[in-house]
Write a protein of this length. Structure first.
Length: 385
Protein backbone atom coordinates (compact mmCIF):
# COMPACT_ATOMS: atom_id res chain seq x y z
CA UNK A 1 0.00 0.00 0.00
CA UNK A 2 2.83 2.42 0.85
CA UNK A 3 4.32 1.89 -2.60
CA UNK A 4 0.99 2.72 -4.27
CA UNK A 5 0.63 5.87 -2.20
CA UNK A 6 4.10 7.13 -3.10
CA UNK A 7 3.50 6.36 -6.79
CA UNK A 8 0.23 8.32 -6.66
CA UNK A 9 2.00 11.24 -4.96
CA UNK A 10 4.75 11.20 -7.61
CA UNK A 11 2.23 11.34 -10.43
CA UNK A 12 0.39 14.21 -8.78
CA UNK A 13 3.59 16.20 -8.33
CA UNK A 14 4.76 15.51 -11.87
CA UNK A 15 1.38 16.60 -13.23
CA UNK A 16 1.47 19.83 -11.25
CA UNK A 17 5.01 20.55 -12.40
CA UNK A 18 3.99 20.64 -16.08
CA UNK A 19 3.30 24.05 -17.65
CA UNK A 20 -0.43 24.71 -17.29
CA UNK A 21 -1.01 26.31 -20.65
CA UNK A 22 -3.55 25.75 -23.41
CA UNK A 23 -1.84 25.48 -26.78
CA UNK A 24 -4.72 24.72 -29.18
CA UNK A 25 -5.85 27.36 -31.63
CA UNK A 26 -9.50 27.47 -32.69
CA UNK A 27 -11.16 29.48 -35.43
CA UNK A 28 -13.99 31.60 -34.02
CA UNK A 29 -15.58 33.01 -37.17
CA UNK A 30 -16.62 31.66 -40.52
CA UNK A 31 -14.24 32.60 -43.33
CA UNK A 32 -14.88 36.21 -44.29
CA UNK A 33 -17.88 36.23 -41.92
CA UNK A 34 -19.62 34.36 -44.72
CA UNK A 35 -18.40 36.63 -47.53
CA UNK A 36 -15.23 35.89 -49.48
CA UNK A 37 -15.04 39.59 -50.35
CA UNK A 38 -14.10 40.31 -46.71
CA UNK A 39 -10.47 39.74 -47.65
CA UNK A 40 -8.87 40.33 -44.27
CA UNK A 41 -9.28 41.33 -40.65
CA UNK A 42 -6.85 44.20 -40.21
CA UNK A 43 -7.67 45.45 -36.74
CA UNK A 44 -9.54 44.44 -33.61
CA UNK A 45 -10.43 46.26 -30.40
CA UNK A 46 -12.32 45.65 -27.18
CA UNK A 47 -15.17 48.08 -26.46
CA UNK A 48 -17.90 47.76 -23.82
CA UNK A 49 -16.83 44.18 -23.07
CA UNK A 50 -17.29 43.11 -26.69
CA UNK A 51 -14.71 42.29 -29.32
CA UNK A 52 -14.86 44.31 -32.53
CA UNK A 53 -13.20 43.43 -35.85
CA UNK A 54 -12.91 45.43 -39.07
CA UNK A 55 -12.53 43.96 -42.54
CA UNK A 56 -11.27 44.90 -45.96
CA UNK A 57 -14.09 44.64 -48.48
CA UNK A 58 -13.38 46.25 -51.86
CA UNK A 59 -16.82 45.24 -53.15
CA UNK A 60 -19.21 46.89 -50.69
CA UNK A 61 -16.90 48.66 -48.25
CA UNK A 62 -15.36 48.01 -44.86
CA UNK A 63 -17.44 46.04 -42.38
CA UNK A 64 -17.39 46.22 -38.57
CA UNK A 65 -18.32 43.05 -36.66
CA UNK A 66 -19.07 42.65 -32.96
CA UNK A 67 -18.44 39.48 -30.96
CA UNK A 68 -20.06 38.95 -27.55
CA UNK A 69 -18.08 35.80 -26.84
CA UNK A 70 -20.58 33.63 -28.68
CA UNK A 71 -22.01 35.30 -31.78
CA UNK A 72 -20.82 37.74 -34.44
CA UNK A 73 -23.05 40.62 -35.57
CA UNK A 74 -22.30 43.23 -38.23
CA UNK A 75 -22.86 46.66 -36.68
CA UNK A 76 -22.34 49.05 -39.61
CA UNK A 77 -23.48 49.43 -43.18
CA UNK A 78 -20.77 48.37 -45.63
CA UNK A 79 -18.30 51.24 -46.04
CA UNK A 80 -20.44 53.35 -43.72
CA UNK A 81 -22.66 53.81 -46.77
CA UNK A 82 -19.74 54.47 -49.16
CA UNK A 83 -18.03 51.58 -50.95
CA UNK A 84 -14.94 53.77 -51.42
CA UNK A 85 -14.30 53.20 -47.72
CA UNK A 86 -12.98 49.80 -48.66
CA UNK A 87 -10.59 49.15 -45.80
CA UNK A 88 -9.81 50.05 -42.22
CA UNK A 89 -6.31 49.65 -40.84
CA UNK A 90 -7.12 50.85 -37.36
CA UNK A 91 -9.68 51.39 -34.64
CA UNK A 92 -9.37 52.29 -30.99
CA UNK A 93 -11.38 53.33 -27.95
CA UNK A 94 -11.26 56.98 -26.90
CA UNK A 95 -13.41 58.38 -24.11
CA UNK A 96 -16.83 56.73 -24.46
CA UNK A 97 -16.63 55.86 -28.16
CA UNK A 98 -15.07 53.35 -30.52
CA UNK A 99 -13.31 55.07 -33.43
CA UNK A 100 -12.64 53.55 -36.84
CA UNK A 101 -10.43 55.09 -39.53
CA UNK A 102 -10.89 54.25 -43.22
CA UNK A 103 -8.89 54.10 -46.42
CA UNK A 104 -10.67 56.13 -49.07
CA UNK A 105 -8.60 56.94 -52.18
CA UNK A 106 -11.46 58.88 -53.75
CA UNK A 107 -12.22 61.67 -51.28
CA UNK A 108 -9.84 61.02 -48.41
CA UNK A 109 -9.74 59.16 -45.11
CA UNK A 110 -12.75 59.17 -42.84
CA UNK A 111 -12.96 58.69 -39.06
CA UNK A 112 -16.16 57.30 -37.59
CA UNK A 113 -17.21 57.25 -33.93
CA UNK A 114 -19.55 54.67 -32.39
CA UNK A 115 -21.36 55.01 -29.07
CA UNK A 116 -22.61 51.42 -29.01
CA UNK A 117 -25.68 52.25 -31.06
CA UNK A 118 -25.00 54.95 -33.65
CA UNK A 119 -22.12 55.77 -36.01
CA UNK A 120 -21.14 59.39 -36.66
CA UNK A 121 -18.43 60.70 -38.97
CA UNK A 122 -16.24 63.00 -36.87
CA UNK A 123 -13.84 64.44 -39.47
CA UNK A 124 -14.05 66.02 -42.87
CA UNK A 125 -12.83 63.55 -45.52
CA UNK A 126 -9.04 63.54 -45.66
CA UNK A 127 -8.98 66.16 -42.89
CA UNK A 128 -9.67 68.62 -45.68
CA UNK A 129 -7.07 67.11 -48.07
CA UNK A 130 -8.04 64.23 -50.37
CA UNK A 131 -4.35 63.24 -50.52
CA UNK A 132 -4.71 61.96 -46.95
CA UNK A 133 -6.13 58.75 -48.32
CA UNK A 134 -5.96 56.65 -45.14
CA UNK A 135 -6.30 57.02 -41.39
CA UNK A 136 -3.64 54.37 -40.93
CA UNK A 137 -2.96 54.43 -37.18
CA UNK A 138 -4.45 55.66 -33.93
CA UNK A 139 -3.47 56.08 -30.28
CA UNK A 140 -4.74 57.82 -27.17
CA UNK A 141 -2.18 60.11 -25.57
CA UNK A 142 -2.64 62.80 -22.91
CA UNK A 143 -6.44 62.46 -23.12
CA UNK A 144 -6.52 63.12 -26.85
CA UNK A 145 -7.00 60.87 -29.85
CA UNK A 146 -4.14 60.91 -32.36
CA UNK A 147 -4.48 59.73 -35.95
CA UNK A 148 -1.67 59.13 -38.45
CA UNK A 149 -2.40 59.39 -42.16
CA UNK A 150 -1.12 58.00 -45.43
CA UNK A 151 -0.31 60.81 -47.84
CA UNK A 152 1.70 59.74 -50.91
CA UNK A 153 1.87 63.32 -52.24
CA UNK A 154 3.28 65.55 -49.51
CA UNK A 155 3.98 63.05 -46.73
CA UNK A 156 2.13 61.54 -43.77
CA UNK A 157 0.45 63.73 -41.19
CA UNK A 158 -0.49 63.40 -37.50
CA UNK A 159 -3.81 64.82 -36.32
CA UNK A 160 -5.03 65.37 -32.76
CA UNK A 161 -8.68 65.20 -31.69
CA UNK A 162 -9.95 66.45 -28.33
CA UNK A 163 -13.49 65.19 -28.87
CA UNK A 164 -14.55 68.40 -30.60
CA UNK A 165 -11.88 69.74 -32.97
CA UNK A 166 -9.02 68.34 -35.05
CA UNK A 167 -5.55 69.92 -35.15
CA UNK A 168 -2.58 68.91 -37.29
CA UNK A 169 0.38 68.51 -34.94
CA UNK A 170 3.18 67.41 -37.28
CA UNK A 171 4.83 68.77 -40.37
CA UNK A 172 3.95 66.86 -43.53
CA UNK A 173 6.19 63.79 -43.63
CA UNK A 174 8.11 65.23 -40.66
CA UNK A 175 9.83 67.35 -43.27
CA UNK A 176 10.40 64.47 -45.72
CA UNK A 177 7.69 63.67 -48.29
CA UNK A 178 9.15 60.16 -48.57
CA UNK A 179 7.60 59.41 -45.18
CA UNK A 180 4.47 58.31 -46.99
CA UNK A 181 2.54 56.69 -44.18
CA UNK A 182 2.33 56.31 -40.41
CA UNK A 183 1.75 52.63 -39.83
CA UNK A 184 1.70 52.41 -36.05
CA UNK A 185 1.55 54.47 -32.86
CA UNK A 186 2.37 53.58 -29.26
CA UNK A 187 2.71 55.40 -25.94
CA UNK A 188 5.98 54.73 -24.11
CA UNK A 189 7.61 56.59 -21.18
CA UNK A 190 5.01 59.36 -21.37
CA UNK A 191 5.77 60.06 -25.03
CA UNK A 192 3.91 59.23 -28.21
CA UNK A 193 5.94 57.20 -30.73
CA UNK A 194 4.99 56.85 -34.39
CA UNK A 195 6.53 54.67 -37.08
CA UNK A 196 6.68 55.64 -40.75
CA UNK A 197 6.88 53.97 -44.11
CA UNK A 198 9.80 55.41 -46.07
CA UNK A 199 10.80 53.38 -49.15
CA UNK A 200 13.69 55.73 -49.93
CA UNK A 201 15.88 55.95 -46.83
CA UNK A 202 14.10 53.52 -44.52
CA UNK A 203 11.55 53.58 -41.73
CA UNK A 204 11.67 56.34 -39.18
CA UNK A 205 10.45 56.41 -35.57
CA UNK A 206 9.42 59.78 -34.19
CA UNK A 207 8.84 60.76 -30.57
CA UNK A 208 6.37 63.42 -29.43
CA UNK A 209 6.28 64.86 -25.91
CA UNK A 210 3.07 66.81 -26.44
CA UNK A 211 4.88 69.87 -27.81
CA UNK A 212 7.80 68.90 -30.07
CA UNK A 213 8.84 66.02 -32.31
CA UNK A 214 12.27 64.35 -32.42
CA UNK A 215 13.43 61.41 -34.50
CA UNK A 216 14.27 58.50 -32.19
CA UNK A 217 16.10 56.15 -34.59
CA UNK A 218 18.45 56.28 -37.53
CA UNK A 219 16.67 55.88 -40.86
CA UNK A 220 15.82 52.23 -41.43
CA UNK A 221 17.75 51.29 -38.27
CA UNK A 222 20.79 51.55 -40.51
CA UNK A 223 19.32 49.78 -43.57
CA UNK A 224 17.14 51.32 -46.26
CA UNK A 225 15.67 47.84 -46.78
CA UNK A 226 13.75 48.33 -43.54
CA UNK A 227 11.13 50.31 -45.40
CA UNK A 228 8.42 50.54 -42.73
CA UNK A 229 7.98 50.49 -38.97
CA UNK A 230 5.00 48.18 -39.23
CA UNK A 231 4.11 47.42 -35.61
CA UNK A 232 4.89 48.47 -32.04
CA UNK A 233 4.30 47.23 -28.50
CA UNK A 234 5.50 48.04 -25.00
CA UNK A 235 6.83 44.93 -23.25
CA UNK A 236 8.65 44.84 -19.91
CA UNK A 237 9.35 48.59 -19.93
CA UNK A 238 10.84 48.55 -23.42
CA UNK A 239 9.43 49.68 -26.74
CA UNK A 240 9.50 47.04 -29.49
CA UNK A 241 9.29 47.98 -33.16
CA UNK A 242 8.95 45.56 -36.05
CA UNK A 243 10.14 46.47 -39.55
CA UNK A 244 9.12 45.37 -43.01
CA UNK A 245 12.13 44.04 -44.91
CA UNK A 246 11.41 42.16 -48.12
CA UNK A 247 15.11 41.47 -48.76
CA UNK A 248 16.37 39.65 -45.69
CA UNK A 249 13.16 39.34 -43.69
CA UNK A 250 11.46 41.29 -40.92
CA UNK A 251 13.37 42.69 -37.98
CA UNK A 252 12.30 43.37 -34.39
CA UNK A 253 14.07 46.15 -32.49
CA UNK A 254 14.00 46.88 -28.76
CA UNK A 255 14.34 50.40 -27.35
CA UNK A 256 15.09 51.09 -23.69
CA UNK A 257 14.66 54.84 -24.03
CA UNK A 258 18.29 55.32 -25.03
CA UNK A 259 19.57 52.62 -27.39
CA UNK A 260 18.11 50.27 -30.00
CA UNK A 261 18.96 46.54 -30.15
CA UNK A 262 17.78 44.02 -32.72
CA UNK A 263 16.37 41.04 -30.83
CA UNK A 264 15.62 38.56 -33.62
CA UNK A 265 17.38 36.88 -36.49
CA UNK A 266 16.27 38.40 -39.78
CA UNK A 267 12.90 37.00 -40.81
CA UNK A 268 12.88 34.83 -37.68
CA UNK A 269 15.01 32.48 -39.73
CA UNK A 270 12.88 32.69 -42.90
CA UNK A 271 13.22 35.52 -45.43
CA UNK A 272 9.59 34.85 -46.43
CA UNK A 273 8.56 36.43 -43.12
CA UNK A 274 8.69 39.83 -44.71
CA UNK A 275 6.63 41.99 -42.40
CA UNK A 276 5.49 41.96 -38.75
CA UNK A 277 1.97 43.22 -39.30
CA UNK A 278 0.94 43.21 -35.64
CA UNK A 279 2.12 42.84 -32.04
CA UNK A 280 0.41 42.19 -28.71
CA UNK A 281 1.39 41.29 -25.17
CA UNK A 282 -0.41 38.32 -23.61
CA UNK A 283 0.48 35.97 -20.73
CA UNK A 284 3.78 37.77 -20.10
CA UNK A 285 4.91 37.14 -23.68
CA UNK A 286 5.27 39.36 -26.72
CA UNK A 287 3.45 38.00 -29.77
CA UNK A 288 4.26 39.03 -33.34
CA UNK A 289 2.18 38.20 -36.41
CA UNK A 290 3.92 37.97 -39.77
CA UNK A 291 3.13 38.37 -43.42
CA UNK A 292 4.49 35.29 -45.17
CA UNK A 293 3.16 34.97 -48.73
CA UNK A 294 5.01 31.69 -49.23
CA UNK A 295 3.93 29.47 -46.34
CA UNK A 296 1.23 31.55 -44.68
CA UNK A 297 1.23 34.04 -41.82
CA UNK A 298 3.00 33.01 -38.64
CA UNK A 299 2.57 33.91 -34.98
CA UNK A 300 5.76 34.07 -32.92
CA UNK A 301 6.07 34.22 -29.15
CA UNK A 302 8.95 36.02 -27.39
CA UNK A 303 9.59 35.63 -23.66
CA UNK A 304 12.31 38.25 -23.50
CA UNK A 305 15.04 35.85 -24.54
CA UNK A 306 13.78 33.15 -26.92
CA UNK A 307 11.50 33.20 -29.96
CA UNK A 308 9.12 30.27 -30.54
CA UNK A 309 6.64 29.83 -33.37
CA UNK A 310 3.21 29.57 -31.74
CA UNK A 311 1.09 28.42 -34.69
CA UNK A 312 1.38 26.31 -37.79
CA UNK A 313 2.11 28.57 -40.75
CA UNK A 314 -1.12 30.01 -42.10
CA UNK A 315 -3.03 28.09 -39.42
CA UNK A 316 -2.73 25.17 -41.82
CA UNK A 317 -3.79 27.17 -44.91
CA UNK A 318 -1.18 29.06 -46.93
CA UNK A 319 -3.98 31.32 -48.21
CA UNK A 320 -3.90 32.90 -44.77
CA UNK A 321 -0.88 34.82 -45.99
CA UNK A 322 -0.69 37.13 -42.97
CA UNK A 323 -1.47 37.23 -39.30
CA UNK A 324 -2.80 40.72 -39.84
CA UNK A 325 -4.14 41.80 -36.43
CA UNK A 326 -4.02 40.86 -32.74
CA UNK A 327 -5.90 41.73 -29.59
CA UNK A 328 -6.26 40.34 -26.07
CA UNK A 329 -9.87 39.72 -25.04
CA UNK A 330 -10.70 38.12 -21.68
CA UNK A 331 -7.06 37.02 -21.32
CA UNK A 332 -7.18 35.18 -24.65
CA UNK A 333 -5.18 36.08 -27.74
CA UNK A 334 -7.21 36.68 -30.90
CA UNK A 335 -5.45 36.81 -34.28
CA UNK A 336 -7.02 37.98 -37.53
CA UNK A 337 -5.77 36.89 -40.94
CA UNK A 338 -5.69 38.10 -44.49
CA UNK A 339 -7.11 35.48 -46.85
CA UNK A 340 -7.68 36.58 -50.43
CA UNK A 341 -9.30 33.27 -51.35
CA UNK A 342 -12.03 32.47 -48.82
CA UNK A 343 -12.01 35.57 -46.64
CA UNK A 344 -10.32 36.70 -43.44
CA UNK A 345 -10.32 34.44 -40.42
CA UNK A 346 -10.08 35.01 -36.65
CA UNK A 347 -8.24 32.51 -34.49
CA UNK A 348 -8.26 32.21 -30.71
CA UNK A 349 -5.42 31.00 -28.51
CA UNK A 350 -6.80 30.40 -24.99
CA UNK A 351 -4.78 32.12 -22.30
CA UNK A 352 -2.61 30.12 -19.95
CA UNK A 353 -3.28 29.49 -16.29
CA UNK A 354 -0.58 31.29 -14.36
CA UNK A 355 2.13 29.09 -12.85
CA UNK A 356 1.76 28.91 -9.04
CA UNK A 357 4.12 30.87 -6.84
CA UNK A 358 6.53 29.17 -4.42
CA UNK A 359 4.08 29.68 -1.54
CA UNK A 360 1.22 28.27 -3.60
CA UNK A 361 3.34 25.22 -4.45
CA UNK A 362 3.98 24.69 -0.73
CA UNK A 363 0.29 24.83 0.13
CA UNK A 364 -0.62 22.40 -2.67
CA UNK A 365 2.12 19.91 -1.76
CA UNK A 366 1.13 20.06 1.91
CA UNK A 367 -2.50 19.44 0.96
CA UNK A 368 -1.48 16.49 -1.19
CA UNK A 369 0.63 14.99 1.59
CA UNK A 370 -2.15 15.47 4.16
CA UNK A 371 -4.63 13.91 1.78
CA UNK A 372 -2.35 10.95 1.11
CA UNK A 373 -1.78 10.56 4.83
CA UNK A 374 -5.51 10.34 5.42
CA UNK A 375 -5.90 7.77 2.67
CA UNK A 376 -3.01 5.74 4.13
CA UNK A 377 -4.64 5.74 7.59
CA UNK A 378 -7.92 4.52 6.14
CA UNK A 379 -6.10 1.79 4.21
CA UNK A 380 -4.22 0.70 7.37
CA UNK A 381 -7.48 0.46 9.31
CA UNK A 382 -9.11 -1.47 6.49
CA UNK A 383 -6.18 -3.89 6.29
CA UNK A 384 -6.46 -4.61 10.01
CA UNK A 385 -9.78 -6.39 9.55
Amino acid sequence: MKTKIFIMMAFLLIGLSQPMEAWSWMQVNTDGFGYATNLGVFNMAVYNNNLYAVTENPATGVEVWRHNGTNWTQVNNGGFGNANNGLSWWMTVYSTHLYVGTLNPATGAEVWGYNGTTWTQVNTPGFGNANNISASSMAVYNNNLYVGTQNPTTGAEVWRYNGITWTQVSANGFGDPNNLDIWWMAVYNNNLYVGTQNPTTGAEVWRYNGATWAQANTDGFGSANNVAASSMAVYYNNLYVGTQNQTTGLEVWRYDGTAWTQVNTDGLGDTSNRDPWCMAVCDSNLYVGTWNPTRGGEVWRYNGGVWTQANTSGFGDASNDAASSMVVYYNNLYVGTENLTTGGEIWLLPGSISVPTVNEWGVMILAILLGIGSVYKICRKTSDF
